[in-house]
Design a protein around this ligand. Structure first.
Ligand code: RIB
Length: 310
């Protein structure tokens, strides 16, 4: 019996073009940056790599263009041990890119040009549910075609596959689509966008999470950066504090969190512990520049947790 592909990630792959700068320019303004580098990224790819580095078998569904960025992204995914048999290469379309500006303190601002990520059609993605079975958890975000994302989520639910949706980047979607989701993970902006309220502290995050849970979601997690995360499950909210670290670049911290959560949940860890592990993955990611280079391995995660007696 096939036992691989316990986590299936449906999502984006991007090349991140990262500029370090004192600040983000104003509209119409030109400023000098401090540094430039390219990093492998894309929320889907980052989450797949994050989970794979912790040791869970992962399959990736998505698309890259027929250019050099696409080849580099696809090759690296395979080198990470990820099953890329459902990864499309779309000739004549550019690979997705993200223009990322990182300010001192690690805060980032981003423009994403989807390119090939916009080419992931429902039929091919739906076929991957059978092609890459058995699947223990489907992980999805909001960075590829929305019709594909929702169709695959609903098809997975119909097959009894648990779904973890990271509703990122922020986007308002109909509450009815979320019904029956097992895990919904959002940051403060995404929670604010969905719940239509401000979310900048744990109390407001709990309020928003209760509202989203009311849409029929079993577990809602709102991540709040240095303020930790809030979870609502079974009508009860809980605040999990953050692990303090020195921030260099927050890019992919959320993806490290999702990868860590996916790994811990598929390992059978209880929700609160899985969130603590995920928080440590996110904390580790902000200490390093770039998306995929910042995602911790299992050894790094265990050492970090040991040092902090977590
Ligand atoms: O979550 C971080 C990611 O968002 C970046 O790697 C970028 O590519 C965008 O998808």
């Amino acid at each position: 019996m096939q036992t691989r592909n316990r986590v299936l990630v449906l999502g984006s792959l991007n090349m991140d073009l990262v500029v370090g700068s004192e600040r983000v320019p104003l509209s119409g303004e030109t400023i000098f940056g401090r540094s430039f580098a390219t990093f492998l990224g894309g929320k889907g790819a980052n989450q797949a790599v994050a989970a794979a580095r912790l040791g869970v078998p992962v399959g990736m569904v998505g698309a890259v263009g027929g250019d050099a960025f696409g080849a580099q992204l696809a090759d690296t995914m395979a080198q990470e041990g990820i099953d890329t048999s459902a990864l499309q290469r779309t000739e004549g379309v550019s690979t997705g890119i993200a223009l990322v500006m990182v300010e001192p303190g690690g805060r980032n601002t981003m423009i994403v040009v989807p390119g090939a990520n916009g080419e992931v059609a429902p039929d091919a993605a739906l076929a991957s549910l059978d092609q890459l079975a058995p699947i223990r958890l489907l992980v999805a975000q909001f960075e590829i075609r929305m019709d594909t994302t929702w169709q695959v989520i609903h098809a997975a639910q119909a097959r009894g596959i648990p779904v973890l949706l990271n509703a990122a980047p922020a986007r308002a979607e109909a509450p009815a689509y979320f019904r029956g989701l097992d895990y919904l993970v959002v940051n403060e902006q995404e929670a604010a966008c969905l719940a239509e309220q401000s979310v900048d502290n744990p109390a407001l995050a709990a309020q928003a999470a209760h509202k989203l849970a009311g849409w029929g979601v079993l577990v809602v997690i709102v991540t709040l950066g240095v303020q930790g995360a809030v979870v609502v499950a079974n009508g009860i909210s809980q605040h999990i504090p953050a692990v303090p670290v020195e921030a260099v670049d927050s890019t992919a911290a959320g993806d490290a969190y999702i990868g860590g959560l996916a790994w811990a949940l598929t390992e059978g860890q209880p929700l609160e512990r899985a969130m603590t592990v995920a928080g440590c993955c996110g904390a580790l990611a902000v200490t390093r520049l770039g998306a995929q280079p910042s995602l911790p391995t299992r050894t790094m995660l265990e050492a970090f947790m040991r040092e902090r007696h977590i």
